[in-house]
Design a binder for this molecule. Structure first.
Ligand code: SF4
Length: 456
C-alpha cells in the first residue's frame, strides 16, 4: 500500500527507505562527505534524507549566502521533537546561514482552532524562549505569520499557481477541508520562499530541516517555486557521437502566445544569450530558437559549473524583469523519536514525551519509567545482550544527551554484548536529562529578558 504523509496527522513511518522510492527523497549519505563538521544528527543517521542539499553544502564550502528556515505550529508544549528542529536551525546559522523561524499561528488558528491570544502566548513562552535558550542568534528573523504582510502577500501570489485538485493530491484535502486550512498550506510555502525575496538578498539556497511528515509542504513549495519562475531550465543527456557523450541545457520561456509577451521574451532571450557569451564559456554551443535556448557541451568535470553559471544568468535576467528567480527549496529529513512507553511519541500523551518545560525531577522519573530494549531477566540480558536500537532510553542518549560519539558507541557495544544493564543506562539518562532541563530552563528565563533583541 502506498504511504501517506500528513503534516497534521499521526506520524507512522515504519520504513524510512520507502520515502526514497515513493517520494524521491535522497539518502543523506549522498551529500554527507561534503560536510566538514557534520552535526551529530548527521553523523548518527538521525538525519537520513534530503532534497537538493548539495546546494547548501556548495554554499557552505564556497562561503556563499544561504538560508535556513523552519516553522513551529504553536499548539501545545514544545518537546524534544521540536528541539531537534531548533538544533538544526541553529547549526545552519552557525555555519553562516541566514536563519528564519516562522511561528505558524495562521496554521494553528485554522487547523487546531487555537485563539490568536493563545497562539501568541505559546509562540513566545514555549517555542521562542527555548529557541533562544538553545542558541538562536538575534541576527536571525523570528516572526508570527499573522504579523507578516510579506508572507501573507506572497501566499496570495502563490495561490494563483495552484488549484484545489493539486492541493488535494498532495495533502489529501477533501470537500470538508476548510478554506483557511488550505490558505495556511500556502502560507507555509510563502514562509519557505520568503528568504529568497529581494528584501533578503534575492534567490539563494534555502534549507528546511523537517521531520519526514512535513514533506508535503516541501513538495508543494518546490513545485510552486518552479511555477512562479518565468523560465524553466532543464538538463538532458545529449549524444554527440558513438564515442562522446554530452549534455544539453534547455532554457524555456513560460510566456504564452501573447504578442507583447512574446516580444518581451525575445528581449529576455537576447539578454540571456549575451550574458552567456560574455562569460566566455568557449566549450559550449548556444542555439537560439523562438521559445527556447539550447546549450550543448561535452560532459566533463565542468558540467556543474556550466549549469550553475547558466542558472545564475537566467535568474539575474528574470529578476531584472521583476520576476522571483526562485531556487529549488532544499530540505533535510530527520527520523522521529519513539514514545517513551514505546510506540509513537504523541504531544497529547505526556508520558510519551519530555517537554522542554517539564519539571526536571518529573522528567527524570519519566526516563526511569521508559521502555528499554532490555531482556526479560538479567540472566537473559547477560546471555543475549540488549537491543539498543529498540530502546527509548538509548534514543534519548543518541538524539540529545550524549555529544561524544565514542562514549555513545561504547554504551551501544556494552549493551549488545550483555555487559550493560538497563538500570545503569536509566540512571545516566535521567541524570543527564534532569541536568539538561535545569540548565535549559534557566537559559529560558534569561532569554525572556532578551526578547527585544529579536524584535519581539
Ligand atoms: Fe537500552 Fe541501556 Fe538497556 Fe541497552 S542496556 S537496552 S541501551 S537501557
Amino acid at each position: 500500500m502506498n504511504m501517506k504523509l500528513d503534516p497534521w496527522g499521526a506520524v507512522n513511518i515504519d520504513n524510512y527507505s520507502k520515502l526514497f522510492h515513493e517520494f524521491g527523497i535522497l539518502p543523506f549519505d549522498t551529500v554527507y562527505s561534503d560536510i566538514s563538521r557534520p552535526h551529530k544528527y548527521m553523523r548518527r543517521n538521525v538525519i537520513f534524507g534530503h532534497r537538493s542539499y548539495d546546494l547548501i553544502t556548495g554554499a557552505i564550502k564556497k562561503g556563499k549566502p544561504f538560508s535556513v528556515m523552519s516553522g513551529f505550529m504553536p499548539s501545545g508544549k514544545v518537546h524534544l521533537g521540536g528541539k531537534m528542529v531548533m538544533d538544526e536551525i541553529i547549526w545552519h546559522q552557525q555555519m553562516g546561514g541566514d536563519a528564519f523561524v516562522g511561528i505558524a499561528d495562521r496554521e494553528s488558528h485554522s487547523v487546531r482552532g487555537m485563539s490568536w491570544e493563545k497562539c501568541r502566548d505559546l509562540g513566545i513562552n514555549e517555542y521562542i524562549l527555548s529557541l533562544i535558550a538553545l542558541g538562536f542568534e538575534p541576527n536571525g528573523l523570528i516572526y508570527f505569520q499573522s504579523e507578516s504582510n510579506r508572507v501573507k502577500d506572497l501566499a496570495f501570489e502563490l495561490g494563483i499557481k495552484v488549484n484545489f485538485s493539486e492541493l488535494s493530491a498532495i495533502y489529501g484535502f477533501s470537500g470538508e477541508t476548510n478554506i483557511s486550512h488550505m490558505i495556511s498550506a500556502l502560507t507555509q510555502s510563502a514562509d519557505i520562499l520568503q528568504p529568497q525575496l529581494t528584501e533578503f538578498g534575492g534567490p539563494k539556497p534555502t534549507v528546511i530541516p523537517v521531520g519526514a511528515d512535513q514533506d508535503p509542504h516541501i513538495r508543494l513549495t518546490r513545485g510552486l517555486a518552479d511555477k512562479m519562475n518565468m523560465f524553466h531550465v532543464s538538463v538532458h543527456p545529449y549524444k554527440i557521437s558513438d564515442y562522446e557523450s554530452g549534455e544539453m541545457i534547455t532554457i524555456h520561456s513560460k510566456a504564452h502566445a501573447d504578442v507583447i509577451v512574446q516580444s518581451a521574451t525575445q528581449k529576455a532571450f537576447n539578454s540571456i544569450e549575451k550574458a552567456l557569451k560574455d562569460v566566455q564559456m568557449n566549450d559550449v554551443k548556444i542555439d537560439r530558437y523562438t521559445g527556447h535556448i539550447d546549450i550543448r557541451y561535452i560532459t566533463s568535470n565542468r558540467s556543474d559549473v556550466i549549469l550553475e553559471t547558466t542558472q545564475n544568468i537566467v535568474r539575474q535576467v528574470e529578476r531584472k524583469l521583476g520576476g522571483y528567480g526562485f531556487m529549488p527549496t532544499a530540505a533535510t529529513y530527520h527520523r522521529f523519536m519513539s514514545g517513551l512507553q514505546g510506540g509513537k511519541m504523541s504531544s497529547s500523551i505526556p508520558e510519551s514525551h519530555i517537554a522542554l518545560t517539564d519539571d526536571p525531577k518529573e522528567a527524570a522519573k519519566k526516563v526511569k519509567r521508559a521502555m528499554t530494549g532490555g531482556r526479560v531477566t538479567l540472566d537473559e540480558q547477560k546471555k543475549l545482550g540488549g537491543e539498543p536500537d529498540k530502546c527509548s532510553v538509548y534514543e534519548l542518549l543518541l538524539f540529545h544527551l550524549i555529544d561524544d560519539d565514542k562514549e555513545l558507541m561504547e554504551i551501544h557495544s556494552e549493551c549488545v554484548s550483555g555487559k550493560r544493564m538497563c538500570g545503569s543506562c536509566k540512571s545516566l539518562a535521567s541524570e543527564l536529562m534532569s541536568d539538561f532541563l535545569t540548565e535549559h530552563q534557566e537559559l529560558r528565563e534569561l532569554a525572556r529578558d532578551r526578547l527585544d533583541e529579536y524584535g519581539l
